[in-house]
Design a protein around this ligand. Structure first.
Ligand SMILES: *Cc1c(COP(=O)(O)O)cnc(C)c1O
Length: 364
């Protein structure tokens, strides 16, 4: 038998979560599938969402991987190109480019391409990470338009800093900056500039941010994008991160478990060892008492997380046996909850699942 750790990917839940984003916004939604589909496996995710109009990724390598699965829908490179040669690949494979700085703009204008490309113009409305200054966006648009390297239909795009906190004052400010900058672009009658700003949290809480394109990411995978919630009504967690009990022993009071002996038994204790560790993406910082589910019941992790294993105190459930399934996170143990205990967010935990964990589609 193979090592029992797996990420089971509920394809039906993924489709339902995507349908919710479409239904809420009534517009186009581009699934964000960067970082191996937020750790869920790009191929499974893109096949499941094959009816999407386009996908969003972080690099041309991620985009090429999707093409290698035979999926031909357009793909937006969310950080644009990192070097000029990528523009030729984008032309060949129908990748859409975000242009967000002057280097990218000049590379496109000089690129020896035969067809105009689908261009998204990135504007910095306050996240201060990518994007043109709002004051220069109309001149950038003019330069690209006259270069004939940009299609007549393009998109102005920006990204929220704090959409996960719906009361945050920067949300309204960013929208205002976005709308003002859009209004200043001189768009010829035979051209069209669409708009895109909403991520998952905005899709679920901010109808004023709905534009031509929404960019749902985390919500597709079924957990709440809001930092104060674990689950969100209408969303279904997609990943069941599971393994099994692979060894059991009884230790005496005063004996400790794991590297550096960070947990010591106060009573005679039954310790179940589970094949899952930080080498799989289970967080090494998970402290004593982080829950796992065995037989549907919460049991406390004890001792250090090691590369390949964790140890769980199952003294109160002596019927637990080798081979019993263990859930590390899933619909009944939200990844956001584990993330909070480990001082991170679910995005990091999901995208951190490593290559050696098989992703297996279920409910196809
Ligand atoms: C990742 C990403 C998103 C999706 O954000 P979620 O919070 O996961 O919905 C949207 N837009 C851009 C530019 C991104 O990089």
């Amino acid at each position: 038998m193979a090592r029992p750790i797996k990420a089971l990917i509920d394809v039906e839940a993924l489709r339902r979560n995507f349908a919710l984003s479409l239904q809420k916004t009534g517009g186009n939604c581009m699934p964000m599938v960067k970082a191996n589909g937020y750790g869920h496996g790009t191929e499974i995710v893109c096949r499941a969402l094959g009816n999407a109009d386009a996908f969003g990724v972080a690099s041309i390598e991620e985009a090429m991987a999707i093409r290698s699965f035979g999926i031909m829908v357009p793909i937006l490179l969310l950080e644009g190109t990192f070097s000029a040669d990528e523009i030729l690949i984008a032309e060949k494979y129908n990748f859409w480019l975000l242009i967000e700085n002057h280097r990218q703009k000049h590379d496109l204008i000089k690129a020896p391409i035969k067809k105009a490309l689908n261009i998204w113009l990135g504007i910095d409305t306050g996240l201060h990470r990518l994007g043109f200054d709002p004051r220069e966006i109309s001149s950038v648009y003019r330069d690209l338009m006259s270069s004939k390297k940009m299609k007549r239909t393009s998109v102005l795009a920006s990204h929220f800093a704090s959409a996960d906190q719906p009361d945050n004052a920067t949300i309204a400010l960013q929208l205002e900056i976005f709308d003002d900058a859009y209004a200043k672009i001189e768009i010829p009658p035979d051209h069209h500039v669409g708009q895109s700003i909403a991520n998952s949290a905005a899709i679920l809480s901010l109808p004023t941010s709905y534009r031509n394109w929404q960019r749902p990411g985390y919500m597709l995978y079924g957990n709440s994008p809001f930092s104060h919630e674990n689950l969100h009504e209408g969303l279904q967690p997609v990943m069941h991160f599971v393994s099994a009990v692979t060894s059991i022993r009884t230790i005496n009071p005063g004996e400790s478990v794991g590297y550096s002996a960070t947990w010591t038994a106060k009573r005679k204790s039954i310790i179940a060892t589970v094949s899952a560790g930080y080498g799989d993406g289970y967080p090494r910082h998970a402290p004593n008492n982080t829950p796992v589910l065995i037989g549907g019941k919460r049991q406390p992790l004890v001792g250090r997380v090691s590369m390949d294993m964790i140890t769980v105190d199952v003294t109160d459930d002596p019927e637990i046996q080798i081979g019993d399934m263990v859930t590390l996170w899933g619909p009944d143990l939200p990844v956001n909850e584990i993330a909070r205990i480990c001082s991170t967010n679910g995005y990091e935990l999901l995208s951190g699942i490593t290559a050696r964990v098989p992703r297996i589609a279920i409910n196809q």
